[in-house]
Design a protein around this ligand. Structure first.
Ligand code: G3I
Length: 317
């Protein structure tokens, strides 16, 4: 049988999984991660600002380097995640006088993007800039620079690595709605100004109790029509535990629909799940009582119904 990535490749896409450094010491885990199911990976934490520049001007790329090296030796591309985000932002940045934030941001971007120049497929340059109502989040960056920090971040990243695809990435923008309208208007305006933006990442942290996003395909298509790539960057489908047959069949349908939405949009370049096994999912640590969100269980066994749904949606038989 074909792997998920082989099926995706046959449709001109990649199929990826996030990972994290501590997981790479589990050989049963790495055998699957690097065993052909996944053609792309995203470091879950180790390229974020709190890890890469924990104090001003002092950089640490060891975790990210380890994942890039694993990816290279297993023929996987890497999505860099992320350069500018209000979370996992070291305190030294949020406590800077606002007239120093721009220089700190530009230096962080230039140094990190230069370090990885030529090695990454894409960068999530700005992560999660929107509130649920589609307005911009207030954070250290907007306080210092207004919403113009986004264009500045993109230009700075482009100068450091003109070949990496530069993305804006957010959650709850998968369907039509106020938040995705906010992102849509931003991307439209950036394109009109000639700011280097190549793509929009739709995280895809879905939950069966909240319903499937409204018109995901149509929503991704309207972004593609602005002249950018789109990707599903952090897909998982959680539920309230315990799982039962009805919840699992709903979950299988969500995976099916999300994969099909991407395949239906020519500019949707690929799908990444936010790790592949429940053993290392972020969900239980954040949403108490929820989980079972991924296609491999806690014992690294494929869940036939979920894996099968993804495989079938990708065109497998
Ligand atoms: O490394 C420390 C460890 O030393 C310590 O003992 C342990 C105790 O809590 O914490 C460890 O750090 C944790 C880190 O993951 C590494 O495992 C942090 O507490 C924990 O908050 C952090 O969570 C990450 C989360 O982002 C932070 O916001 C998740 O792993 C990561 O999957 C998640 O990913 C985000 C994306 O970046 C953006 N989109 C949403 C997505 C899910 O929240």
């Amino acid at each position: 049988a074909s792997t998920l990535d082989q099926l995706a490749k046959a449709k001109g896409r990649y199929f990826g999984s996030a990972t994290d450094n501590s997981e790479l010491s589990n050989s049963a885990y790495t055998a699957i991660l690097g065993g052909g199911e996944f053609g792309a990976t995203t470091p879950g934490n180790s390229m974020k600002w709190d890890t890469t520049e924990p104090s001003r001007g002092s950089f640490n790329f060891s975790g990210g380097d380890q994942i890039v090296s694993f990816a290279k030796s297993h023929n996987m591309i890497v999505r860099g995640h992320n350069l500018v985000w209000h979370q996992q932002l070291p305190n030294w940045v949020s406590s800077l006088p606002s007239n120093q934030v721009q220089a700190a941001m530009e230096n962080h971007i230039t140094t990190e993007v230069t370090h990885y120049k030529g090695q990454l497929y894409a960068w999530d340059v700005v992560n999660e800039p929107f509130n649920e109502d589609g307005t911009f989040r207030t954070d250290a960056f907007t306080n210092a620079m207004g919403n113009g920090y986004i264009a500045d971040a993109l230009r700075t990243a482009h100068a450091a690595d003109p070949d990496a695809k530069l993305y804006l990435n957010d959650y709850n923008i998968e369907g039509l709605g106020a938040k995705s309208d906010g992102m849509y208007n931003l991307v439209k305006s950036l394109k009109q100004q000639g700011v280097p933006i190549d793509g929009v990442g739709f995280e895809g942290h879905l939950a069966i109790q909240y319903g499937y996003p409204t018109n995901m395909q149509q929503n991704m298509q309207r972004f593609a029509d602005l002249g950018v790539d789109v990707a599903v960057t952090e897909l998982d489908v959680r539920m309230q535990l315990p799982a039962d047959t009805s919840k699992v069949s709903t979950q299988a349908q969500y995976y099916t629909d999300a994969v099909k939405a991407c395949l239906a949009v020519t500019r949707c370049v690929g799908i990444t799940i936010w790790d592949y096994t429940d053993k290392y999912s972020w969900i239980p640590g954040t949403f108490s009582g929820e989980g079972s969100a991924l296609p491999w269980d806690e014992n690294l066994n494929k869940k036939p119904q979920i894996y099968g749904a993804i495989s079938t949606a990708l065109g497998g038989t």
